[in-house]
Design a protein around this ligand. Structure first.
Ligand SMILES: NC(=O)c1ccc[n+]([C@@H]2O[C@H](COP(=O)([O-])OP(=O)(O)OC[C@H]3O[C@@H](n4cnc5c(N)ncnc54)[C@H](OP(=O)(O)O)[C@@H]3O)[C@@H](O)[C@H]2O)c1
Length: 332
């Protein structure tokens, strides 16, 4: 074989290993027959996560969020598509202690003692805004919904999991936890917190039974969820050259669809993966590479943002500045 062929073969082996690193050790846990709770399941990737769990054969699933009309529609669709899974819609504001207590009570009643619990903490909010003028309530909301409520929800469900000596917790963070995100500082802080919290409880609880704890870090999801909403709302506000912004996201930091995040949740449980990065460029998991590079060379984003990611930074700055003058922009 020619030298160049050896080199190509080596590159192919490396890419194959790199792509499949998480699953190489084989399936550790099943999902079938277990009982799941998915927060933030009224829209975006929460819907895909709930559907993926039903597809994998969970016997019961609670979908939770505040907008009950939307949530009920999600539950109705799931009941039609997955008749073997019992789907229950519960109106929950994760900020409310009484709502969380009620949710846990409903889970106990519906799931009983025997069914192994899967908790997917997916509810989240973003508010891109210049930090110097970020309203305190928006700062509080992002930290409280994305991080503190997620920690409290986990605490509420831990007794079930520890008593059964089995269970799975999957927390949804974001690539914002790893990269420099101008105008998304509070969101980045909350998601970095989720990543740190997950590592901490993974170390604390995974040896106390058949327990897995993992974090999923989605990147830019192009067709549904908070970024797609942000884009749609920007279009309505007459933002120009959105295609350029999307192009840079897709072809530099990569993109994913909701299916990728829901598959990551399943992988986190099945293969007991501590952390799943979700963003692809031509099928390759680009963010694992980006995050490795920026761990080794932390200054890299100081150069990348003003020299390569010019258009996305321009977009987020424009959006953030507009939010300074408008109260609501999220469209919800
Ligand atoms: N889309 C992306 O590109 C992307 C990238 C990285 C990470 N993520 C993360 O993925 C998760 C899902 O986001 P998404 O993109 O699917 O956005 P989304 O469509 O806006 O979904 C957010 C969900 O969180 C729920 N939620 C918000 N505040 C809540 C509260 N106080 N109590 C209960 N539920 C609440 C919302 O439901 P209600 O409004 O009905 O309560 C909604 O179901 C978030 O944690 C987000 O940070 C998304």
């Amino acid at each position: 074989m020619e030298r160049s062929s050896y080199a190509l073969l080596l590159v192919a082996i490396f890419i194959g290993l790199y792509q499949n690193l998480d699953t190489l050790l084989g399936t550790r846990y099943g999902v079938k027959g277990k009982c799941a709770v998915v927060t933030g399941a009224s829209s975006g990737i929460g819907v895909s996560i709930a559907e993926a769990l039903a597809e994998e054969g969970v016997s019961k699933i609670i979908v939770a969020a505040r907008r009950f009309k939307k949530l009920s529609k999600v539950a109705e669709t799931m009941k039609r598509k997955y008749p073997n899974t019992e789907t229950i819609a519960v109106k929950v504001d994760v900020l409310s202690k009484s709502d969380r207590v009620e949710l846990r009570k409903i889970a106990d009643e519906k799931f009983g003692d025997k069914c192994v619990t899967i908790l997917v903490n997916n509810a989240g909010v973003e508010y891109w805004h210049p930090f110097e003028t970020l309203p305190d309530e928006k700062l509080d909301q992002q930290i409280n919904v994305n991080l503190l409520s997620l920690m409290k929800m986990t605490k509420d469900f831990l007794p079930r999991i520890l008593k059964a000596r089995a269970g799975h917790i999957v927390n949804i963070a974001s690539q914002a936890a790893l990269f420099a995100v101008p105008y998304g500082q509070a969101y980045a802080a909350s998601k970095a917190g989720v990543r740190g919290f997950t590592k901490g409880i993974r170390a604390e609880f995974r040896h106390r039974g058949k327990i897995t704890v993992g974090v999923v870090l989605p990147g830019y999801i192009s067709n549904t969820g908070m970024y797609a909403d942000m884009q749609k709302n920007s279009e309505k506000k007459g933002f120009e050259n959105l295609d350029e912004y999307v192009w840079y996201n897709k072809y530099f930091v990569g993109s994913s669809d909701p299916y990728d995040s829901s598959k990551a949740v399943i992988d986190s449980i099945k293969y007991d993966v501590p952390e799943v990065n979700v963003n692809y460029l031509f099928g390759a998991n680009i963010n694992r590479l980006h995050s490795t590079i920026s761990e080794i060379f932390p200054r890299v984003w100081d150069w990348v943002l003003p020299n390569i990611m010019v258009k996305p930074v321009e977009f987020t700055m424009k959006l953030a500045k507009l939010r300074e003058t408008e109260d609501t922009f999220s469209g919800k």
